[in-house]
Design a protein. Structure first.
Length: 613
């Protein structure tokens, strides 16, 4: 989903020269804000003037709709652009200058030879606490800088011999340095030199330094109480690959073997050759290494087993969880080893991957349950074990994996029993009106921000769904401020069957808005694909005037699509940056059609599940 942009209003008002004269027209600029800096050759300029007013920018007349709307893809020259906006109506004119700066990273000249010192990498200290245990890839450091083109570059570590760097683009020099296993470095400096076309040699030292040692592992424990919910997967508690991609979302007490540091992040070795970065702020760091996990016999739990204290504390109505969920218990000997759990694209397989087990769990007998088609435990690498669970039902309805006592408990919700005549009866649906309160959302060029457009759609969709038998919970029913994870916790607490977050789309800087319009539906996990597709189809059917949009967006990394306790998705109903889409959102009849489409899509999804399980 494109990043959100805050609403900014610039009221351009000139007081009348004579008492009793008509006031000058106001000009509302939703985007960009005053003093905005952008690294592109155009900026999206959007706002409105009173109906009937004309608008000039720098003396040039621009197109304004009958309702006063303007959404322009405005060219910028390099440097400062003072955009003089003049609105005229009834002989009165209001003017104001809006400053926008276009920034460009100009290439360095070939002569005199120079190095851009701010461009040197690494830009932060790098520490290798167990270099002998790292693979060559894990102990390889990327070095780079920007300098005069056409030169010869080299680097040195701690005063060692010079090693060459390649010019991979005009004035862009790179190299890879593999920290030797035998090295013992303490905050060693990294110096680069560049000999240019003029024969001059210059040098610079990176801000980042290198340190290496042997056998310096430590234990890192995810702090208790820092992870909300059972399946929210919040971005404040995440490990990433060395390239920055999300890898896993820790649970409270998850324990890691720490083997290095990159700036404010520590590096954990999940298994040989498998490293992740974690913010040290979320961990308790202790000397020594964690005790290895020892897998036991995997077995099924009773569906009415007692709730753990964590579950009971998080769920407003804990008795709601005493249902016939599939509960698979994986003994770990009390260790809190890192793990991931993921669905396949068909929603028929769950894969639990465990890291750091000294002995893998075992499956001595088949797991006998109507929802299980098969299960297998398989080592897939040193210290990495996979438990795959094949399901008999193609649609999954929510899953979680959390520590419970000495074990890991994998919980899978069963398909609901649906009434063919009223498939929504008994279903708990959480509708989330995006943003609210101090969170304005995307800029509304007709003076209404996103937060005030999503709420009436969510409230009306709730009415429609309730009339069809659903129990609907709104995360907000008024203009109040909510945290992202409060919304997901609401769905978890009421044991929702479905979480749908309703938004209006907007474009980031650098995207030409012309022709980009229509609905999009985002989801992370395959279990949400079927309801996402049903809602998208209903939006396209009910509101063809929006345009088809770019459709489904699987694998989204969004707070409101990452929850796993139920299918979770986010609907971008229409684009605030398209004139036609915006007018639909602004029109009460248009919002009614959006609500009807969302309710119809949800109804279609459940109707399609009748008899399917």
């Amino acid at each position: 989903m494109p990043p959100r942009r805050a609403v900014l209003a610039l009221t351009l008002l000139t007081l009348p020269a004579l008492a009793g004269a008509r006031a000058a027209p106001q000009v509302f600029v939703a985007y960009p804000p005053e003093g905005h800096r952008v690294a592109f050759d155009h900026v999206l300029l959007e706002g409105s003037v009173p109906p009937g007013a004309g608008l000039r920018i720098g003396g040039q007349a621009v197109q304004v709709g009958p309702d006063g709307l303007f959404i322009l893809w405005w060219p910028l020259r390099v440097g400062t652009n003072d955009l003089r906006l003049s609105a005229t109506l009834g002989g009165q004119t209001g003017t104001r200058t809006l400053r926008v700066t276009r920034t460009v990273a100009a290439p360095l000249p070939a002569t005199p030879t120079r190095i851009d010192r701010e461009s040197l990498t690494p830009g932060e200290p790098l520490e290798f606490w167990d270099v002998a245990g790292d693979t060559p890839a894990e102990r390889t450091v990327a070095l780079s800088f920007r300098g005069s083109p056409g030169g010869r570059a080299a680097f040195r570590v701690a005063g060692g011999p010079p090693q060459p760097m390649r010019e991979v683009g005009a004035g862009r020099y790179e190299a890879a340095y593999e920290v030797p296993v035998s090295s013992r470095l303490a905050a060693a400096p990294i110096t680069v030199t560049l000999t240019g076309r003029d024969g001059r040699t210059v040098s610079a030292t990176a801000r980042g330094t290198l340190s290496s040692m042997a056998g310096g592992q430590q234990a890192g424990i995810q702090r208790p109480g820092t992870v909300p919910g059972l399946g929210l997967n919040d971005s404040g508690n995440v490990t990433t690959t060395l390239d920055g991609a999300p890898f896993l979302h820790p649970r409270g007490g998850m324990t890691f073997t720490l083997v290095g540091r990159q700036g404010r992040d520590v590096r954990a070795r999940l298994a040989p050759g498998v490293s992740v970065l974690i913010s040290e702020a979320q961990l308790d760091v202790l000397p020594g290494v964690p005790l290895p996990g020892v897998g036991g016999v995997v077995h099924l739990d009773s569906p009415v087993a007692a709730l753990s204290p964590l579950t009971a504390a998080l769920v407003a109505r804990p008795t709601a969880l005493l249902t016939d969920d599939l509960r698979i218990r994986v003994p770990l000997g009390g260790a809190r080893v890192p793990f991931t759990v993921a669905q396949d694209q068909e929603g028929r397989r769950l894969t639990l991957t465990l890291y750091g087990l000294e002995a893998a769990p075992t499956l001595p007998v088949p797991l006998a349950d109507p929802l299980i088609a098969g299960a297998e435990v398989q080592p897939v690498g040193l210290g990495v074990t996979r438990l795959t669970l094949d399901l008999t039902a193609a649609q999954a309805w929510g899953f979680t994996a959390n520590y419970d006592g000495d074990d890991l408990l994998l919980t899978v919700r069963r398909p609901p029993v649906l009434d063919p005549a009223r498939p929504l009866t008994g279903r708990v649906i959480v509708l989330d009106a995006g943003h609210g309160g101090t969170q304005l959302g995307g800029a509304g060029a007709l003076r209404v921000p996103e937060k005030d457009l999503t709420l009436p759609v969510a409230r009306r969709a709730a009415e429609l769904l309730r009339s069809r038998g659903a129990q609907v919970v709104l995360t907000r029913e008024a203009d109040v401020t909510l945290g992202l994870y409060e919304r997901g916790l609401t769905a978890e607490a009421v044991r929702a069957d479905l979480l749908v977050s309703i938004h209006a789309n907007a474009l980031p800087d650098g995207r030409d808005p012309r022709g980009i319009r229509g609905p999009e539906v985002y989801f992370t996990h395959p279990q949400a694909q079927a309801p996402a597709a049903a809602i998208l189809a209903a939006l396209r059917r009910t509101l063809p005037d929006l345009g088809p949009g770019s459709g489904l967006k699987p694998g989204a990394d969004l707070a409101l699509t990452r929850p796993t306790t139920q299918p979770s998705l986010l609907v971008e109903t229409a684009y605030l940056t398209d004139p036609g889409n915006l007018r639909v959102l602004m029109d009460s009849a248009g919002r009614e059609r959006l609500a009807q489409a969302i309710a119809a899509g949800i109804t279609d999804f459940y109707a399609g599940q009748v008899g399917g399980h």
